[in-house]
Structures are given as structure tokens and as C-alpha cells.
Design a protein around this ligand. Structure first.
Ligand code: SF4
Length: 350
């Protein structure tokens, strides 16, 4: 792991009373400050040292693009080394905001239907960089009078979270700690990296956040064509892991979600429905979330509305708890699978 910002502050303030470092660390999560210079409880000399040494946010916004309905905003953010990632802010009908964060620059998983997968992988994001996407949008909501607050965080942007396990865990601990986001309001979405899934079962530091498995096909061979990261025996292993997960975390709120993007003629036949229902029943305490597909230039076509409805009703008849995701942000390429780090239009600029 890289040097965290907290550690940098401690090093910078060595020789100062310890409460000074704490003041600086806490200031980062205050809703009122926008720079080190605003933290007037710190002496001016310390504020100047912080300003020179530690950026207030690990990212500089290149652009923020909002859609016409004003329920989705996509930010192109640039890190200190020039790497660019995207983060997305979404508002639900109750006026609550969810931030979708990236966990890597690009992604090595190569899912055939995903724009990020075509970029390849550049590097992992540090925990501070994951957290700073949420901090950026929290400030954005207030500064643009968007009326509401960020209550939820999903790790569903660019990258595979469990391929960046330590930094993601560190970021989650900050989100549930100093940032006060409830653990059940945080969802980590993974293609199902089996070593990572196994590891979190025995990890006392992994916070009780929600998990979503990007399944997308319950036939192993065909899933491998869509998602080349699919390990041999994946579906059997997933069912076994799910059993262990349910035993380790019996609380109802720790249910698993199976994400299933609906692709016309690829994974939306009656046979696919039966395979999915069978796997869901085998896994036990799961919910299926059907996702309408957003164009990514991959050649895949989303299933029509009638097919999605048929899938939903069929799964419900089989006793599976199922929802259909309301897809936000498709009009600004901010929806699932569309993030590619190249937002260019500057409709709203920070
Ligand atoms: S869907 Fe997720 S895991 Fe797959 S390539 Fe895209 S970002 Fe990576």
C-alpha cells in the first residue's frame, strides 16, 4: 500500500502536538471546508505546510457532465500522475444521492460488453483516491445546490474491486468510519474473484458492506465468452462460497445480489432463465438484479423491455427475489459498463 494521507499528515506534523494531526485528518471529512486554508482552527503556518505538501483532493476535476433530467452527473477526474478515471453521481426519486466510484484505472477483466474492459488495466487506485471520489461529489452536491445529500456509495465504476483488495478495504473503512456512510448503504460489485471472495470471509477488518456478484450468465462456458476472467468450475465454487458466506454472516441484511445485464440473444433465453433460477436457489439468500444494457460500442444489443419483464416474472414464479435496475445516465455514457475515462463535453464544469 502507498503512503496514506493520514500518514503523510503525521509525518508532516511530527514535532507538533498530536491533536494537530487529528484536527487536519478530521477536517478532510467536514462538510464545510474546501481547502486546507479554510481550516482556521489550525495555525496559518501549518495550513501553509499542508497546502504545499498534501493536495486537498487526490483528483483535479477535468469536467463534470450532467444529463438533461438532472439525475446523473459524470465526473472525469485526473490524478497527480495524470491517470484519468470517471465517477458518477446519481439521484433517486427520494432525492438521495449515490456515488459510483472507480477502484482501478482501467480494468484487466476484459468483459466483452464493457467499455472499461477494452481499455486494459493501468494501475490500482489508492484508498485515498477511492475515498476522494466520494468527497468530490459530496462537495459538488452542496456547492451546486443540488438539494439532498450523498447517502450511498457503490464500487461499480472502472475496475474490479477485489483485484485491489487492500486499498478497497482501507477505503471502505474510511467510508464507514470518518465519512459515516452506513455499511448497508455501500455495495461492492465484483465479477467474482474467488480468492478475494474467500479472503473476505475470514477478514475481521472487512466491514459489513453489501456484495454484488456480476454474474450475467449462469452457463459457465458462455459466461467465459462474455467474461474471460471466469475461473474453471466458477459456478460450483460460487455456490459453495455463497453457502459459507451465509453461514459466516447469517444476518438478513448481508444478502447477496446477483447482477445480470440483459443482452439480446446472448443471455436472455428461456434456458438462461432456468439456469439463473437454479443457481439463485442453490445459492440461497440472493436477490437477482436485472440490468437493462447500455450501448458501449461493443456490438451487443440490450434485451427489449418485454424480454426483461418476462425474465423478471419468470424468476419471481420460480421463487427468486428479483428487481429490475432503473438505469440512469445512459444518455451521458455514465451507466454501467459505459465508463471509459474520456468524458469530453463540458456541460457543467467545476
Ligand atoms: S464490467 Fe467491471 S470487471 Fe468487467 S471489464 Fe468492466 S469494469 Fe472490469
Amino acid at each position: 500500500m502507498g503512503t496514506t494521507r493520514n500518514r503523510q499528515i503525521e509525518i508532516l506534523f511530527s514535532g507538533e502536538p498530536s491533536f494537530r494531526a487529528r484536527q487536519a485528518q478530521e477536517a478532510l471529512f467536514s462538510p464545510v471546508f474546501r481547502s486546507w486554508d479554510d481550516v482556521s482552527s489550525l495555525p496559518k503556518s501549518l495550513r501553509e505546510r499542508l497546502t504545499d505538501a498534501i493536495p486537498w483532493n487526490r483528483f483535479v476535476p477535468v469536467s463534470v457532465l450532467g444529463n438533461a433530467r438532472r439525475d446523473t452527473w459524470k465526473a472525469l477526474l485526473q490524478a497527480e500522475d495524470g491517470a484519468r478515471i470517471e465517477a458518477v453521481l446519481m439521484r433517486n426519486s427520494r432525492g438521495q444521492f449515490t456515488v459510483c466510484v472507480s477502484t482501478q484505472v482501467g480494468c484487466a477483466m476484459g468483459c466483452a460488453f464493457c467499455a472499461t474492459g477494452r481499455l486494459g488495466m493501468t494501475r490500482n487506485l489508492a484508498a485515498d483516491e477511492i475515498v476522494d471520489q466520494v468527497r468530490f461529489f459530496r462537495e459538488y452536491v452542496t456547492d451546486n445546490s443540488l438539494d439532498g445529500e450523498v447517502t450511498n456509495v457503490v464500487l461499480m465504476g472502472m475496475g474490479e474491486p477485489l483485484a485491489n483488495y487492500e486499498e478497497v478495504r482501507e477505503a471502505l473503512l474510511v467510508l464507514v468510519g470518518p465519512m459515516s456512510v452506513g455499511p448497508t448503504r455501500i455495495t461492492v460489485s465484483t465479477v467474482g474473484i474467488l480468492p478475494g471472495l474467500g479472503r473476505l470471509l475470514d477478514d475481521p477488518e472487512w466491514p459489513p458492506v453489501r456484495l454484488a456478484i456480476s454474474l450475467h450468465c449462469a452457463d459457465e462456458e458462455r459466461r467465459r465468452k462474455m467474461m474471460p476472467s471466469t475461473a474453471p468450475g466458477f459456478l460450483d465454487e460460487l455456490a459453495r462460497w455463497s453457502d459459507a458466506y451465509t453461514k459466516a454472516f447469517p444476518e438478513k441484511r448481508r444478502h447477496l445480489t446477483l447482477e445480470y445485464v440483459m443482452l439480446s440473444g446472448v443471455n436472455d433465453t428461456d434456458r438462461d432463465l432456468r439456469n439463473l433460477a437454479k443457481l439463485a436457489r442453490r445459492m440461497g439468500r440472493v436477490r437477482v438484479n436485472l440490468i437493462p444494457y447500455n450501448a458501449t460500442g461493443s456490438g451487443f444489443v440490450g434485451s427489449p423491455f418485454e424480454t426483461i419483464s418476462r425474465f423478471r416474472d419468470g424468476l419471481a414464479r420460480e421463487g427468486v427475489t428479483v428487481t429490475v435496475r432503473k438505469s440512469l445516465g445512459g444518455d451521458i455514457a455514465a451507466a454501467c459498463g459505459q465508463l471509459a475515462g474520456k468524458t469530453v463535453r463540458k456541460e457543467e464544469e467545476s
